[in-house]
Design a protein around this ligand. Structure first.
Ligand code: ACO
Length: 320
């Protein structure tokens, strides 16, 4: 018997505290105009001490299970994409498993920086297609505020905290669902975006370091390749794509991808203006928002793409 991974429901969690560009401009030498013009970011949500990766991931997971109409004990696997786990181990995913009251299944974290959710979807698809899991909770959750250097204006303005989750379940191989995922990494570019220490629940010993210009250059070319690869593998054209749900790093990169696909702006889901870059959480946050407000509907073809530290990058093509 062969299966396809079908989408059942999505949920999100955002911290309570919203921080505007103007508030950041009182801490570092920046301005609302600079941040908006270069990135499209207008504000970000920042976690309070009690809003850990596990807490936010569990909240998003509960919302996803509720929208899917699935009980936590029907879940066979919890995959949590994060670069900001609460602890080195146990995996934050098992903390989520406990918080949800799951008595079975298995849970683990997956680290691929901003591409983490695409990687987690790909692993989910493999588990489902092989029959190893029937129902999988796929979560992206990040507290990047804990690993930012708040004195570095070039990076601290770019990121935010949050979590998004989806429930995927085995369905018929000829039905809707994940059509493909494609993953890439290039270790030789690992020093373009990295953390120079450890970041956990408490005081971080490491901070995010980035060569923004180089990341921008790689993002434009590698994401263009990822989009073409996804469509070619499925015999599809740009015109077949109903929605682009990109990683939300920078509005200029997002707009460039939308233009490449020939999609009108209203067919590109954008949250970077309100959430900033939430790394592995950005795609499920954006996707859940567009599912929740009825923009993305059954039958639609959704293209997701991301690039992040590693460098890692990839795509997922999902028929609702
Ligand atoms: N406010 C005001 N000025 C700033 C700020 C700030 N927050 N940050 C940097 N500057 C200054 C710099 O000091 C520099 O000044 P100088 O010319 O006097 O030296 C000037 O602005 C230009 O700096 P650059 O870093 O060259 O600015 P750039 O135009 O490249 O924009 C940015 C920076 C927005 C980070 C851009 O490179 C970019 O979008 N890169 C993509 C990286 C990205 O999105 N990373 C997110 C993580 S990776 C991912 O998720 C894909």
């Amino acid at each position: 018997m062969s299966f396809r991974s079908t989408f059942l429901g999505a949920g999100t969690y955002l911290p309570q505290r919203v921080v505007s560009n103007d508030e950041l401009a009182r801490r570092v030498d920046t301005s609302d105009a600079w941040i908006r013009e270069r990135t499209g970011i207008g504000q970000r949500y920042l976690a309070a001490p009690h809003e850990t990766c596990a807490v936010m991931a569990a909240a998003a997971a509960r919302a996803a299970l509720s929208s899917a109409g699935v009980d936590a004990n029907e879940v066979d696997a919890v995959l949590l994409a994060t670069s900001t786990p609460d602890q080195a181990f146990p995996a934050t995913a098992v903390r989520v498993q406990a918080a949800l009251g799951m008595t079975g299944g298995f849970a683990f974290d997956l680290s691929a920086a901003c591409s983490g959710f695409i990687y987690a979807l790909s692993v989910t698809d493999a588990l489902i297609r092989s029959g190893q899991a029937r129902t999988v909770l796929v979560i992206g959750a990040e507290v990047f505020s804990r690993l930012l250097d708040w004195q570095d204006r070039a990076t601290c303005v770019l990121f935010g905290d949050g979590a998004g989750a989806v429930v995927m379940r085995a369905g018929p191989a000829d039905g809707p669902g994940l059509l493909s995922t494609h993953l890439h990494s290039e270790g030789s570019t690992g020093d373009l975006l990295y953390v120079d220490g450890w970041a956990g629940r408490d005081e971080a010993t490491g901070h995010l370091r980035m060569n923004g210009r180089e990341i921008f250059r790689h993002a434009v070319s590698k994401l263009a390749g990822a989009v073409d690869e996804a469509l070619a593998a499925n015999g599809l054209a740009y015109a077949d794509v109903d929605w682009l749900v990109p990683h939300q790093a920078n509005k200029r990169i997002i707009d460039g991808m939308g233009r490449k696909l020939g999609l009108p702006p209203e067919r590109v889901v954008v949250t970077v203006d309100r959430h900033a870059n939430t790394s592995a959480a950005s795609i499920p946050l954006a996707f859940a928002e567009a599912i929740g407000d009825g923009r993305i509907r059954p039958g639609d073809l959704v293209l997701m793409e991301a690039l992040g530290g590693g460098l890692t990058w990839g795509s997922a093509l999902l028929r609702l």
